[in-house]
Design a binder for this molecule. Structure first.
Ligand code: URA
Ligand code: SF4
Length: 211
């Protein structure tokens, strides 16, 4: 069972000496034991994309497919994300994709692994990786996909419904835009409307990148 006292080293204890180098960060994150989530998971799923990306997209945590393949957003949510980015005319070569939490949290149900939401302490433990990725990439805009990413960067009062679709400033001065998580689109009763909402928000990101 995960310990509840948050007496974990957090990711901060595993950051490399030179955190400005993305490759060093990725290598160091592979050995992170900053919270208990590493143990049942297959591997660390670090961000993917170039160090000169102008846009960073932040999800929640890797899912089952991502945990197996070691790459973010390569499962069903990733397909929805790619479709929405293309429809919004965001240039995907400009994008770095990552998650607030780098290990897959799940509960076992027979042979299936069911997604479990990371809690506040786990998100807090993992945030040093995200902060270091943002410092290394220095994007023009960060798109926060869903509540976990939103709370990680904007704090506990963040609410997707109230805060989505607006250009906001994170405490570090970073320009951010929050929107729905692509998995929420896949679960929505009116999937088309949710998809259209995600696309509309991503069009704002595309406009920022066009300057
Ligand atoms: N959901 C996420 O938040 N991130 C992924 O990488 C995959 C699914
Ligand atoms: Fe480290 Fe984050 Fe994995 Fe926890 S979830 S072990 S802090 S990489």
């Amino acid at each position: 069972m995960p310990r509840r006292d948050a007496d974990w080293p957090t990711a901060a204890a595993f950051l490399p000496d030179d955190p400005s180098d993305l490759d060093r960060l990725r290598e160091a994150a592979a050995g992170c034991r900053g919270c208990p989530l590493w143990e049942p998971a297959t591997q660390t799923v670090f961000g993917r994309g170039g160090a000169s990306a102008r846009l960073v997209l932040v999800g929640e945590q890797p899912g089952d497919v991502e945990d197996t393949r070691g790459l973010p957003f390569v499962g069903p949510a990733g397909r929805e994300l790619v479709a929405a980015l293309d429809e919004a005319e965001v240039d995907r070569s400009d994008v770095y994709v990552t998650n607030a939490v780098k290990h897959f949290k799940f509960r076992a149900q027979g042979k299936r692994r069911i997604h479990a939401s990371p809690d506040t302490l786990e998100v807090h433990a993992c945030t040093p990786w995200l902060t270091a990725e943002l410092a290394a990439v220095q994007p023009e805009l960060v798109v926060l996909l869903g509540a976990t990413a939103g709370k990680a960067l904007l704090g506990p009062s963040f609410r997707v419904t109230a805060d989505r679709g607006k250009l906001l400033e994170a405490p570090g001065g970073q320009q951010v835009l929050a929107t729905l998580h692509p998995s929420a689109v896949l679960r929505a009763d009116d999937r088309q409307a949710a998809h259209d909402g995600l696309v509309a928000d991503l069009r704002i990101a595309a406009e920022v990148l066009r300057g």
